[in-house]
Design a protein around this ligand. Structure first.
Ligand SMILES: NC(=O)C1=CN([C@@H]2O[C@H](COP(=O)(O)OP(=O)(O)OC[C@H]3O[C@@H](n4cnc5c(N)ncnc54)[C@H](OP(=O)(O)O)[C@@H]3O)[C@@H](O)[C@H]2O)[C@H](O)CC1
Ligand code: K
Length: 500
């Protein structure tokens, strides 16, 4: 599913109107009807609604919702902010229709007291949507702060008011929505970690926008859903043998961190690598051999951490390195040798990324077709401090292109920057995955997918999708609170089945 800019969203609207021979007012009525249906199904049946409307089309949606809620027999109060300002034609048309019903339409004006919100009300925020072009100020900003402080549930129409669609919004007043009902496709701002305090649970409402426009319009960003993951998945051929699925070398672990190695190794085995060898320090031999008999060992001479390259590096197709290795000097030197001698693409995670941050020019040795998997802090250590996720995703795209590799930015919607200049936001996953060990599972899985011959782009997209889908399956079984990273591995089978 493509993610469009504000200008493209306006063009999508216009293309729909043109293609379907409807008026913009008809489209507004349709969008409002989808919102009204959602509100009627998801809000308490006896809750009064309080709608706050701007003077543009977002406010027009709000006025149409008021009329539809009244028709459904609900108790509704409605306020227009700065009623003296110029209105969009569709706002004006809906205002005339609503006023004819006899309902009193309140005003929120500069200098006048703000209206109170009766206890138990559901607030619907229709102040500004895709047309926001400057930060909220004056009475709109004051109202936003008051609504946020009211403790009421807030349902934002299309976007939380004050939230820019495609630039940072974290320094000014923005509605903190409980739910955001957005039209057609998720917007960039709704997928970024930094906007988490504003957006609540996001619901994408299909309002019958032109599918032709969506197909024909180019966008650098897309939402990674089951459809996009399925398109990249190759089921195992019937006559395959273990040699068909590659040999992954996983370099992981140190004394006290063998759990990271075991999680990554088990995920690699379940992720479908034909052969798996683990380069581990001697202290981990017993635990690995006992817990994962499927793995072969390339045991280091050192008891406590990794120090030397395994012999015959050419035996391996792919190297995954990082989980639990530490960042001491001998390990850093070893990472440099791995970068020099890796026989194929690499997955670099965790401590491998922290070492790289100390030696950024080593990145030049990264084999093309590799995958880097930083979370935002590791990302900034590696590529410099960023003040916004908008900047981070731009850097990720630049680096992916320069390194001819996939660069992940891990988060609630993990961003996958691909070497071709496009980037995807993942749709799967849940807060139960935010615990130590989840990243190790992802590293093993990505290594296994690369070993099976997937390109960096396909492995990164599939790996991130499967990892989140396994997390969703694990949370369904054990709850987001009680699930463990090792449950992700057990549920990988359910995740793969979603791709058949
Ligand atoms: N396909 C769709 O997605 C549909 C969307 N609909 C709804 O329409 C809005 C977008 O409506 P639009 O009229 O373009 O924009 P807004 O309502 O968000 O804003 C209206 C005007 O407000 C002014 N503005 C912008 N920022 C501020 C601010 N900080 N303070 C005060 N005023 C501001 C600006 O006008 P100016 O003349 O002042 O520049 C805006 O133009 C979309 O989000 C959906 O809710 C359709 O109803 C259905 C299809
Ligand atoms: K809004």
């Amino acid at each position: 599913m493509k993610i469009f800019t504000a200008a493209q969203v306006r063009a999508w609207d216009a293309a729909t109107i043109d293609e379907q021979g409807i008026s913009s007012l008809d489209l507004m009525e349709r969008a409002a009807a989808c919102c009204t249906e959602w509100l009627l199904h998801h809000c308490p049946p006896d809750a009064p609604f309080a709608l706050f409307c701007g003077r543009g089309n977002n406010g027009g949606d709000g006025l149409a919702i008021v009329r539809q809620l009244l028709a459904a027999g609900r108790s509704v109060s409605v306020y227009v902010v700065q009623p003296g300002r110029a209105a969009s034609p569709d706002f004006a048309a809906n205002h005339t229709r609503l006023a004819a019903s006899g309902i009193s339409i309140g005003a929120v004006e500069e200098g006048a007291p703000l209206p109170g919100i009766p206890a138990g009300s559901v607030v619907v925020d229709a102040l500004f949507g895709a047309g926001l072009n400057k930060p909220l100020e004056g009475v709109a900003a004051a109202l936003t702060v008051a609504l946020n402080d009211s403790g009421a549930s807030i349902i934002s129409i299309d976007l939380p008011s004050g939230l820019f669609m495609d630039r940072p919004s974290t320094t000014h007043a923005v509605i903190r929505a409980t739910h955001t009902l957005t039209f057609g496709a998720p917007k960039l701002a709704l997928l970024l970690q930094e906007n988490a305090p504003f957006i609540g649970a996001v619901q994408v409402l299909g309002i019958g926008l032109s599918t032709r426009f969506a197909q024909e319009t180019q966008s650098p960003y897309f939402y990674l859903t089951n459809k996009e993951a399925k398109a990249r998945f190759r089921p195992r051929p019937r006559f395959a043998h273990k040699g068909s699925f590659g040999h992954l070398l996983l370099a992981a672990g140190a004394r006290g961190k063998m759990g990271a190695a075991l999680l990554a190794a088990t995920a690699a085995a379940r992720g479908g690598a034909g052969l798996l060898s683990c380069h581990i320090p001697r202290c981990g031999e017993l635990v690995l051999q006992t817990a994962l008999p499927e793995a072969m060992l390339a045991t280091d001479a050192c008891e406590d951490f990794l120090t030397e390259l395994p012999a015959d590096m050419d035996r391996y197709d792919v190297v995954a390195i990082g989980p639990g290795i530490g960042t001491s000097d001998p390990v850093a030197e070893l990472l440099e040798r791995y970068l020099q001698h890796s026989p194929g693409p690499m997955v670099l995670d965790a401590d491998a990324l922290n070492i790289l941050a100390q030696h950024p020019y080593w990145l030049l040795r990264l084999p093309p077709g590799s995958i880097l998997t930083p979370h935002p802090k590791e990302f900034d250590r590696l590529f410099g401090t960023h003040t916004s996720d908008f900047d981070r995703i731009r850097t990720a795209l630049d680096q992916a292109a320069a390194l001819k590799s996939a660069v992940l930015l891990k988060g609630h919607h993990t961003f996958v920057a691909l070497p071709d200049g496009t980037g995807a936001f993942n749709s799967t996953g849940n807060p139960g995955m935010a615990r130590g060990g989840s990243g190790d599972v992802l590293t093993g899985l990505l290594g296994a997918l690369l070993a099976q011959g997937y390109s960096a782009a396909d492995a990164a997209l599939l790996g991130v999708y499967l990892h989140g889908a396994a997390g969703d399956s694990a949370a369904a079984a054990a709850s987001a609170e009680a699930m463990l990273p090792s449950d992700l591995i057990l549920h990988l089978g359910n995740a793969f089945r979603r791709l058949y």
